[in-house]
Design a binder for this molecule. Structure first.
Ligand code: UGA
Length: 446
C-alpha cells in the first residue's frame, strides 16, 4: 500500500520505517527540513536501537522517503497516519498539531477522487478521532466521512529502546474505525503480521485502550513503590522478597502442563524502585485524570498513582540523608540519567529532581550514563555537574552513589565499590546489587 505518515518523531518514524520494512511504500512528512534531509540520507534524527539499519535499508531500496510536502504525500497515498505530538499542558492534551494535520489532509483530499483513510496514531483522549479529526477533515475537504474517506484510530504500543521489535513483533494490533471500509483498509495495512491478535473496535475504544494500558502499568509501579516504602519501615522485611512471593501467584506467573513456570515480563512492573518517567506514563496518566475531571469523575486511583510517583525520588534522598545528614561539600555520584535503560531520553527521569536537590544542598555532583550525557547537558544547562566518561571514574572519590537507571553496565558495581577504601554508600534505586555484598547499602524497599 502507499502510506503517508505525518510527523517524523519517535512514533511516526518508527512506524514509517517498519511499514516500509513490511513492503509498503512509505512517505514520511515533517515540517523540519533538517529532519527530512537526515531521513533521506538514512540518518535517524532520534536514537532508537536498530532504527538506523532499517532506515538505511529502506531508504536505499526506495521504499521510504521523507518530504516537507504534505499535500503531495496525501494525494499520492491510500492511507495517511497522523503521528504528530500531543503535549500535555496540565489541563488538557494539546491537540493543535493533530488539528492542523487534519485540516491540511482535508484540504488535500478536496482534490482526490479515490477513497482515502486517515488514521490517528498519536495518543489522544477518547472522542478525538470522531469529534475533532473527522469534522475538521469533512469541513476542509467538503467530503463525507464513510463515503469519500474514512477515519481510523490505531494506537501504538512501542516501548522506547524496543520500539522496532515492538512494532515488528506486536502483542496486539488495535484497529479503531468508524466504518467497515476503514477497518478493511487497516486490516490490509497489517495483513503481513500473521498470527497477531487483531482487535477491531470503534475509534473511542481504541483511544481508551491506549490510556488504559499505560495507566495499568503505571499503577503497578506506584503500587509496588508504595508497598516497598512500607516494607522499608518494618524491621526484617525486604520488598524484593515480598515481590518474589507475589510473582509466584500462578495468576501472575502461570504454571504450564510440564510444571514449568512462565514468568511474564509484566512482573518487572511489580518491583519497587525510584519511580517511573518517560514521555508516556506521566503524561498519559495525567491526561486521563484531567479527562475524567472533564467528565465530572474524580480519578482517585490514578491521582494517587501520580502522587506516589512524585514522592518517590524523595525516598532516595531520605536514604542518603540517613547516612549523610549534612551534604554540603560532599561528592555524590549519580548513576543513570535516562528515565530507563536503552534510551537517552531524560524526560521526567527521577534523576532530574534528585540532581536538582543535591545541587541545592551544595554537593559536588558527578554523573554517568552510557548514552544520555548529551541530553543531560541540555537539561542541566545551568548546573555544575562533572560528567564522567567511564563508570569507574564516576565512583572515584565519592561519598555516596545514587543508582537511578537500571543499565546493565551497573550490574558489577558491587565489585568496583568493594575495591574502595573506605567504601562509599550506595543508594540503590533499582535493587540491582546484592544488599549484603557491600558495607554501606541502602535500597528502596529494604
Ligand atoms: C510505555 C509503554 O510500556 C508502551 O507500551 C507504550 O506504547 C509507550 O509507553 C507509549 O505510550 O508510547 P515507555 O515509556 O517507552 O513505554 O517505557 P517502559 O519501558 O514501559 O517504561 C516506563 C517506565 O516504567 C520507566 O520509567 C521505567 O523505568 C518503568 N519501568 C519499566 C519499570 O519500573 N519496570 C519495568 O519493568 C519497566
Amino acid at each position: 500500500m502507499k502510506v503517508s505518515v505525518l510527523g517524523s518523531g519517535y512514533v511516526g518514524l518508527v512506524s514509517g520505517v517498519c511499514l516500509a520494512e513490511k513492503e509498503h511504500d512509505v512517505v514520511c512528512v515533517d515540517l523540519d527540513l533538517d529532519k527530512v534531509n537526515k531521513i533521506n540520507n538514512g540518518i535517524p534524527p532520534i536514537y532508537e536501537a536498530g532504527l538506523e539499519e532499517l532506515l538505511t535499508k529502506n531508504v536505499e531500496s526506495r521504499r521510504l522517503k521523507a518530504t516537507t510536502e504534505l499535500r503531495d504525500a496525501v494525494l499520492n497515498s491510500d492511507i495517511t497516519l497522523i503521528a504528530v505530538g500531543t503535549p500535555f499542558d496540565g489541563e488538557v492534551i494539546d491537540l493543535s498539531y493533530v488539528e492542523v494535520a487534519a485540516r491540511q489532509i482535508g484540504e488535500a483530499l478536496k482534490d482526490k477522487n479515490s477513497y482515502h483513510v486517515v488514521v490517528v496514531k498519536s495518543t489522544v483522549v477518547p472522542g478525538t478521532s470522531d469529534e475533532v479529526v473527522l469534522p475538521i477533515i469533512e469541513s476542509a475537504s467538503g467530503k463525507k466521512a464513510g463515503v469519500d474517506f474514512g477515519v481510523g484510530m490505531n494506537p501504538e504500543f512501542l516501548r522506547e529502546g524496543e520500539a522496532i521489535i515492538d512494532f515488528m513483533y506486536p502483542d496486539r494490533i488495535v484497529l479503531g474505525g468508524g466504518d467497515e471500509r476503514t477497518h478493511a483498509v487497516l486490516e490490509q495495512l497489517y495483513s503481513s503480521f500473521a498470527g497477531v491478535d487483531i482487535l477491531k473496535t470503534n475509534n473511542s475504544t481504541a483511544e481508551m485502550i491506549k490510556y488504559a494500558s499505560n495507566s495499568l502499568l503505571a499503577t503497578m509501579i506506584s503500587f509496588s513503590n508504595e508497598i516497598g516504602n512500607l516494607c522499608s519501615l518494618i524491621e526484617g522485611i525486604d520488598a524484593v522478597d515480598v515481590f518474589n512471593g507475589v510473582h509466584l501467584d500462578k495468576r501472575v506467573s502461570p504454571i504450564m502442563n510440564d510444571g514449568k513456570r512462565v514468568v511474564p515480563s509484566l512482573t518487572s512492573y511489580l518491583e519497587a524502585g525510584c519511580g517511573f518517567g518517560g514521555s508516556c506514563f506521566p503524561k498519559d496518566v495525567k491526561a486521563l485524570v484531567a479527562y475524567g475531571k472533564r467528565k465530572n469523575m474524580r480519578m482517585n486511583l490514578l491521582d494517587s498513582v501520580m502522587a506516589v510517583n512524585r514522592d518517590q525520588p524523595q525516598q532516595m534522598i531520605n536514604r542518603l540523608t540517613k547516612h549523610i545528614p549534612d551534604l554540603a561539600g560532599k561528592t555524590i555520584s549519580v548513576l543513570g540519567l535516562a528515565f530507563k535503560p536503552g534510551t537517552d531520553d531524560m524526560r521526567e527521569s527521577p534523576a532530574i529532581p534528585i540532581i536538582m536537590w543535591l545541587h541545592e544542598q551544595g554537593c559536588k555532583v558527578k554523573a554517568y550514563d552510557p548514552i544520555a550525557q548529551h541530553e543531560a547537558e541540555a537539561v542541566f544547562e545551568h548546573y555544575d555537574i562533572e560528567y564522567c566518561s567511564k563508570l569507574s571514574e564516576a565512583i572515584d572519590d565519592v561519598d555516596a552513589i545514587m543508582l537511578i537507571t537500571r543499565w546493565d553496565d551497573f550490574k558489577n558495581i558491587g565489585q568496583l565499590i568493594r575495591e574502595k577504601n573506605p567504601q562509599p554508600l550506595l543508594v540503590d534505586g533499582r535493587r540491582m546489587i546484592d544488599k549484603n555484598s557491600i558495607e554501606n547499602y541502602e535500597g528502596i524497599g529494604v
